[in-house]
Design a protein. Structure first.
Length: 493
């Protein structure tokens, strides 16, 4: 890591791309309108960004459609597409610090995380999917006789992607890497709070040799740009990461337009089950990471701890110590472990949960909104214990650094509490008993179960949820399922 002075100096001289990227070039929004992209840690407007609308989405979809239909990308061999995406990987690596700064400035997360986690993660995920694409074989069905039946994987066409602000570069890459590798064209809508890294990414993709029109980025507001993409009659597939309420809207948009495929990665309220035979210190370390990393703005954050009553007091004390050790600070300081919340509106929403938690539960640590420098968009790492099952802090996704602890008597009660939520994204189990671990991992109705760790995630393993956490999977070879359609080609001779 470099010094605060280094990052602050570099931040003050950054050049921000701030227009729509359509057909291989930057263009203003058709309406000429803009919106401010704000640094929540200072309250300053970083730059005025083009505020896309229906017309811009239409132009972007047309550019993507043309690029898809003439085969400039879709009909290149997978090996050639791989080479272009690997050149893109190299360019992101060359500009890694700039990407880290863009996301830190735009959404307030610590520079240590963008430098060490977000940007290396994005590079790795793009590289992994690029390298996979020329190793996926199609199938031939065992028909026998004078027939050959091929089962081919075809790109879908135009993919729309609408992503959130919590990991701006990573969420864009999670969608774009398999979609582009498979030969699709794309229109990407970054979150209004964090559009800057996606715009820079599109420019670098072009420099890497991605043909014009294959990747388009239209910044703007959800109800305008997001809705226009969701309703566009020439978009074949819409992939979304964000809240459950907005995810449901995309199903409606599809139903009311062209029945495009919709894949949703939505909210979570993931439980962390702690049994008395667990390594409690390791469990507490990981639980603190799981809820305080990225200011708790993580869909799979283990925001609920379910702890066996015999070790509850121990565990609550451990969590108090860990929460109080993390102090919100300037995101550009490499020592900072908790930065700003994404914006003041979201900070106010999290603060309302803090107030509601004080009324319904016992405050163990933190519990306040705080000011750092000129901004009050900061929240202390917070722990509540004795949380009743109907309290909003244990029922609703807070998307902030707020842990709700409940206790259980036995496995059945732990499972009942774990499942008492509309969500099913992830769960963790802490135990040294292999039978219990296997049994619970089978019975927990979620997309990922982590045993003796939290938030297990890799390019090799699928990520996504069940219930109202959505459907479809990002990452792994299974991610290509979303971006391809199976085509049967039957030849009789
Ligand atoms: P959000 O409000 O649902 O926004 C996500 C995206 O949808 C943004 O680009 C947003 O645009 C757009 N959008 C908002 N309203 C829309 C509308 N009416 N029509 C079309 N698009 C619309 O979510 P967020 O607050 O940015 O992110 C937090 C949520 O994301 C949490 O619920 C979290 O759990 C979820 N998340 C899930 C995963 C996962 O993999 N399961 C990963 C990360 C985050 P604007 O930016 O203009 O609002
Ligand atoms: Mg911002």
């Amino acid at each position: 890591m470099r010094s605060l002075a280094h990052y602050a100096g570099r931040a003050s001289s950054l050049f921000f791309r701030n227009q729509c990227w359509i057909g291989g070039r930057f263009v203003p929004a058709a309406s000429g309108r803009c919106f401010g992209s704000v640094n929540p840690a200072s309250g300053e407007v970083l730059t005025d960004v083009a505020r896309g609308g229906v017309e811009d989405i239409d132009r972007a979809v047309q550019a993507a459609r043309k690029a898809f239909d003439d085969g400039r990308w879709s009909r290149l061999t997978p090996a050639v597409r791989k080479d272009v995406l690997l050149r893109m990987v190299a360019l992101i690596r060359d500009n890694a610090e700039e990407f880290a700064l863009l996301d830190t400035l735009d959404m307030g997360k610590p520079i240590s995380e963008t430098v060490n986690v977000d940007v290396p993660g994005s590079i790795h995920f793009l590289q992994w999917h690029a390298e996979a694409i020329d190793k996926l074989y199609d199938e031939v069905a065992p028909t026998g006789g004078r027939d050959v039946a091929m089962i081919r994987r075809m790109p879908l066409g135009v993919v729309g992607a609408v992503v959130p602000w919590n990991f701006p570069l990573d969420m864009a890459i999670w969608k774009l890497a398999p979609a582009l590798a498979a030969g699709n064209s794309m229109v990407l809508k970054p979150a209004e709070q964090s559009p800057l890294s996606a715009l820079r990414l599109a420019e670098l993709a072009s420099e890497a040799g991605l043909p014009d029109g294959v990747l388009n980025v239209v910044p703007g507001f959800g109800e305008e740009v997001g809705q226009a993409l969701g309703r566009h009659p020439d978009v074949d597939c819409l992939v979304f990461t964000g809240s459950t309420d907005v995810g449901k809207l995309f199903m409606r948009y599809a139903g009311e337009s062209n029945m495009k495929q919709v894949w949703l990665e939505t909210g979570g309220k993931s439980p962390n089950l702690i049994f008395p035979d667990a390594d409690l210190d390791a469990g507490a370390d990981k639980a603190a990471f799981g809820i305080f990393f990225n200011q708790g703005e993580v869909c799979s954050a283990n925001s609920r701890m379910l702890v066996h009553e015999s070790v509850a007091d121990d565990m609550i004390e451990r969590m108090r110590v860990r929460a109080e050790a993390i102090v919100p600070g300037n995101p550009l300081d490499p020592q900072t472990r908790m930065g700003a919340m994404v914006d003041v509106r979201h900070t106010a929403r999290v603060a309302e949960f803090l107030a509601s938690g004080r009324e319904t539960a016992r405050l163990v640590a933190g519990g306040s909104r705080v000011t750092v420098g000129a901004s009050d968009a900061f929240i202390q790492p917070t722990v509540f214990a004795d949380v009743p099952s109907d309290a909003p802090i244990v029922r609703e996704e807070i998307f902030g650094p707020v842990l709700a602890i409940q206790t259980f008597r036995d496995e059945e009660e732990a499972l009942r509490l774990a499942h008492d939520t509309p969500y099913g994204l992830a769960a963790s189990v802490w135990t040294r008993d292999i039978s219990r671990a296997l049994d619970l991992s089978e019975r927990l109705n979620v997309g990922t179960v982590s045993v003796n760790t939290v938030d297990a995630l890799s390019a090799m393993t699928p990520f996504g949820g069940v219930k109202q956490s959505g459907f479809g999977r990002d990452l792994s070879l299974h991610s290509f399922d979303k971006y391809t359609a199976l085509k049967t080609v039957w030849i009789h001779y």
